[in-house]
Ligand binder design. Structure first.
Ligand SMILES: [Zn+2]
Length: 215
């Protein structure tokens, strides 16, 4: 069977199963969503947010892109963050990277002219590498270097989040959300927390919005 036809059939079977298990499931879920968590992860097909944390539809607001980046000129991720924080009022934002990330590995390699757009997206990870190249280059193997850059990339993305006006405003006014930087292991399925920034975190003065209103 072709992949798309299989997908539609699987969807029908899933919807039917849900209806049998819980007849009110779809009508209840259709009314509203009240997720308490925003998940920012990699687009990699092996890291499906809801499945790896055993969450149900409605529990997690999800944004995924190549190598789980928060780039402050990217209106896609910024819109998701603003909506999740200001409208859904989430208490936690998780940035979850993963070992063996193709995006991070590619960022450690020379640029490829046939992937002009992807190169631009990965440029930010090259910058993370350059910022930490002393530490990364001291590691023994390519695998260790790639794994460490995966971790450092997550930590940098958490810092990028903390530098946005949306997060700083919400920290000041509502004392939420807590920011969690995590990494997922493809070989053991385990998520490990690398960094946590609570709302009282002091960030570097050059990134501070000092004139945000209290309300
Ligand atoms: Zn990835």
């Amino acid at each position: 069977m072709r992949p798309f036809e299989k997908l539609l059939l699987e969807n029908k079977a899933w919807a039917e199963e849900q209806r049998i298990r819980d007849p009110g499931y779809f009508s209840r879920l259709a009314k509203a969503q009240t997720p308490d968590i925003l998940w920012i992860g990699c687009s990699d097909s092996r890291v499906p947010a809801e499945i790896i944390v055993n969450a149900q539809p409605g529990e997690i607001f999800v944004h995924r892109n190549i190598a789980n980046q928060i780039i402050t000129t990217d209106f896609n991720s910024l819109s998701v963050i603003q909506y999740a924080v200001d409208v859904l009022k989430v208490s936690h934002v998780i940035v979850c990277g993963h070992y063996n990330c193709g995006g991070v590995k590619a960022a450690l390699s020379p640029q490829r002219s046939e992937l002009l757009i992807v190169n631009k997206w990965l440029m930010h990870i090259k910058d993370v590498y350059r910022l930490h190249q002393g530490e990364i280059n001291a590691l023994q193997s390519d695998q260790e270097r790639a794994d460490r850059l995966v971790e450092l990339n997550v930590i940098e993305q958490i810092q990028n989040l903390a530098h946005t006006s949306v997060i700083q405003h919400s920290w000041k006014r509502h004392l939420r959300p807590v920011l969690h930087g995590c990494v997922y292991g493809l070989t053991d399925g385990i998520i490990k927390e690398l960094i946590r920034l609570p709302p009282e975190t002091l960030i570097h003065p050059i990134y501070q919005y000092t004139d945000l209103p209290e309300t």
